[in-house]
Design a protein around this ligand. Structure first.
Ligand SMILES: C[S@@+](CC[C@H](N)C(=O)[O-])C[C@H]1O[C@@H](n2cnc3c(N)ncnc32)[C@H](O)[C@@H]1O
Length: 273
């Protein structure tokens, strides 16, 4: 599964600090991608030695993302604000949204320069402006909402799906994650949605603590949360069935995978009424 990194020819790597692991590149490594460096692989291998099932977490997370986007598209959503969009890859938001809703517009926000570098390297066609990637930090939601590119692409008078997929566990309590979500959801009209996935320590706190230590050598620390804490992110929203559940149990489109209960990540989707 280990991959040699090959820098895309037109990615301005000078902006990218390859010496410190980043969550985007570690996640890319879990998924078997090529956009990772030695520091990312070293930190990711530490996590994998402690929790080999993390690769399955990453795949289940991408599968949840696809199901959630398809569900939202079926409910008429064509605008997606995906904060922490990560590196492009199979089953990502862009691919899922455009497959489910060809008229979709996706705005991806990320604070890792490699994500922006990839967006610049990507051919400009991407279905006539359907995808816009901007640099931003979830911990400053007001700046994201005020970003001229975000305002130009998304129509805030129509419903928007806010996607916070595998990002909130990189936001610690001091950064006030519930306040961040309130700011984002106050900015969108009724009929909008919030989708969240999140790593939990509910099933093996000691093991999660060891994984969190590996993330200390990356650019973001890991904060695990309980089902109740993840549920609190949806305060004031109507949770879609089945509520906050381990990812494979959220609206499966076929038989639930056998290792579903060892995927220690919650997922949920809520609607603003
Ligand atoms: C585990 S990856 C998930 C990528 C994608 N959402 C998915 O689920 O396939 C987490 C992403 O969140 C980004 N991220 C972490 N903290 C962030 C922050 N404070 N603001 C913006 N992006 C952040 C990382 O750079 C990375 O791309």
């Amino acid at each position: 599964m280990a991959q040699e990194h090959q820098t895309p020819p037109d990615v301005p790597t000078a902006q990218i600090d390859t010496g410190v692991a980043t969550p985007a590149r570690m996640y890319d490594y879990y998924l078997g991608g090529k956009d990772n460096f030695a520091a990312d692989r070293e930190a990711a291998e530490k996590v994998l030695r402690n929790m080999p099932q993390v690769r399955a977490f990453a795949r289940a997370n991408r599968a949840f993302l696809g199901r959630a986007v398809r569900e939202l598209a079926a409910r008429g959503i064509s605008q997606f604000l995906d904060i922490g969009i990560g590196l492009p890859g199979p089953g990502g938001t862009v691919e899922s949204a455009l497959a489910a809703q060809p008229a979709a517009h996706v705005v991806g926000v990320d604070n890792d320069p490699i994500v922006l570098a990839h967006a610049r390297a990507r051919p400009a066609d991407d279905k006539a402006g359907a995808v816009t990637i901007v640099r931003g930090d979830l911990r400053d939601p007001a700046a994201i909402l005020a970003d001229p590119q975000v305002r130009a692409v998304l129509d805030f008078d129509r419903p928007i799906a806010v996607l916070l997929i595998a990002i909130l566990h990189f936001v610690n309590e001091d950064a006030d994650p519930r306040g961040i979500i309130r700011t984002l959801m106050d900015a969108v009209v009724p009929g909008s949605f919030l989708a969240v996935t999140h790593v939990t320590g509910d099933f093996d706190p000691a093991r999660l603590e060891v994984s969190a230590q590996a993330y200390e050598q990356s650019t973001a620390s890991l904060t695990v949360r309980s089902a109740k804490e993840v549920g609190a992110f949806f305060e004031g929203l109507e949770l879609l069935d089945p509520g906050v559940v381990l990812l494979p149990h959220w609206r499966p489109e076929g038989p639930v995978q056998a290792d579903a209960d060892s995927i220690w990540m919650y997922g949920a989707v809520g609607r603003k009424d």
